[in-house]
Design a protein around this ligand. Structure first.
Ligand SMILES: Cc1cc2nc3c(=O)[nH]c(=O)nc-3n(C[C@H](O)[C@H](O)[C@H](O)COP(=O)(O)O)c2cc1C
Length: 410
């Protein structure tokens, strides 16, 4: 008997089944506020049978914004968020929101100031000069995590997910590669994780046990001098001891190894589609495949690493993410001892994927892992190539077909 469709209590919230729509940036906000498109997408996922759906990356303060189409947590947007959570709840699903700060992965034109991080530097991703955070700024951002949790509660969310992975600000502080500080926020393991631990404590205080507080973290950064699995296991133990209700196990750095997070290849033509600057378009078409390193896709690509966490943290709610794309793979995750699982691309392609899995024990997602949905957030909004309503140029469809063939070969 599959446990996939049995309810589960995550801290104070009970999910109707073990599935969560992971935080996958929708790029469906205008002026950093929710739109009808965001409402409609999450409503379709809730109707499609999900246990809990997560609104993706919401910046806890202005300096943490990395896209103009992103949410900015502030009191003003509570009624618009409440409209979304009410609709999700009406469908008997729960609602979560990922809160975070992007640190160095932004530009003055988006975040309104010189981008900040653990140390001074230059970020090729933006591209932009980056300034080391003052200690007072660190405490301001920690407070913003608490305020964002309070806003999430007021807006009717059942859970907040702290983004502590993928080389966002909290994980920039954890990394030897990016953190060269000599104060209590740099150097030793305890110092490098201090920011994330304090942010978690702040969120737990704000949540007061009324909503769940979980974190998404890296098992491995997937790059030289990044966090690796032994340290990450210790970090997960700290999060557990601090009182987190669950941990999502991911990996990779968006500004260094973005495809480590999702696997497969970035479709360069989808990425540059409707990019206004011809010189940037040309540059990315010439060097994109070198700068954005591909990693072969396979189902459940994080399972081996995640199993090490499973063994080391027997009493923790561990949430698997990465390549769940069939009923068989979803069952395998739950049978392997993970309480819950998250999915992104299967639900971009088919928002009712969960219902389809429930109705058919052999159901396989139609997602082809061509990552057109990933590329599309950079210039329009999250959309699967199979759901495009206008015909795509041949350059895009040819590239997608090539990537699909590459994925099939493995
Ligand atoms: C379009 C898209 C946007 C994403 N944006 C985020 C994000 O904002 N925050 C995050 O933690 N992960 C993000 N991810 C990663 C997913 O949450 C997930 O970890 C990854 O896609 C692996 O899951 P999957 O194999 O089910 O797609 C994104 C993924 C996709 C496809």
């Amino acid at each position: 008997m599959s446990s996939l469709f049995t309810p589960y209590k995550l801290g104070p919230v009970t999910l109707r089944n073990r599935t969560i729509r992971s935080a996958a940036f929708e790029a469906m906000c205008k002026d950093n506020r929710p739109t009808d498109a965001l409402y409609n997408y999450h409503l379709s996922v809730a109707r499609g049978g999900i246990g809990m759906t997560t609104l993706a990356y919401a910046a806890v303060c202005r300096s943490g914004l990395s896209f103009n189409t992103q949410l900015l947590m502030c009191d003003d947007i509570i009624p618009d968020l409440r409209r979304i959570t009410d609709a999700i709840h009406k469908e008997n699903a729960a609602a979560s929101i990922q809160i975070g700060h992007c640190g160095n992965m932004t530009h003055r034109s988006t975040c309104g100031q010189m981008p900040i991080s653990a140390s001074n530097g230059f970020n090729l991703y933006s591209p932009s000069i980056v300034r080391r955070m003052r200690k007072s700024e660190i405490y301001d951002v920690i407070n913003s995590f608490g305020e964002a949790t309070h806003i999430a509660y007021e807006a009717g969310f059942d859970c907040v997910e702290i983004h502590a992975g993928h080389s966002y600000l909290l994980s920039q502080f954890m990394s030897d590669r990016l953190n060269h500080r000599k104060d209590e926020f740099g150097g030793s393991f305890d110092n490098r994780i201090r920011f994330a631990k304090l942010a978690l404590e702040e969120c737990l205080n704000a949540a007061q046990g009324k909503i769940a507080v979980i974190l998404k973290m890296n098992m491995r950064d997937g790059c030289r001098r990044g966090m690796d699995i032994d340290e990450s296991i210790e970090l997960a133990k700290v999060f557990q001891k601090t009182g987190a209700d669950g941990i999502v196990l991911s990996g990779g750095c968006v500004n260094k190894t973005p495809m480590y997070v999702m696997r497969g290849r970035m479709p360069i033509h989808s990425f540059t589609y409707s990019m206004p600057q011809w010189w940037l378009k040309l540059g990315i078409r010439m060097f994109g495949n070198v700068l954005i390193k591909p990693y072969p896709y396979r189902d459940l690509y994080f399972l081996e690493d995640a199993m090490r966490f499973r063994k080391e943290l027997p009493d923790m709610n561990l949430i698997y993410v990465g390549g769940v794309s069939s009923r068989e793979s979803a069952d395998k995750v739950i049978d392997s001892g993970f309480q819950l699982l998250q999915m992104a691309r299967s639900l971009v392609c088919e928002p009712d994927f969960v219902n389809k899995m429930q109705n058919d024990a052999h159901y396989v997602s139609k997602c082809e892992h061509a990552n057109h949905c990933v590329a599309s957030i950079y210039n329009r909004c999250m959309i699967c190539h199979q759901n495009e309503t206008e015909p795509l140029p041949a350059s895009i469809t040819n590239e997608i077909n090539r990537i699909v063939r590459e994925n099939q070969k493995g």
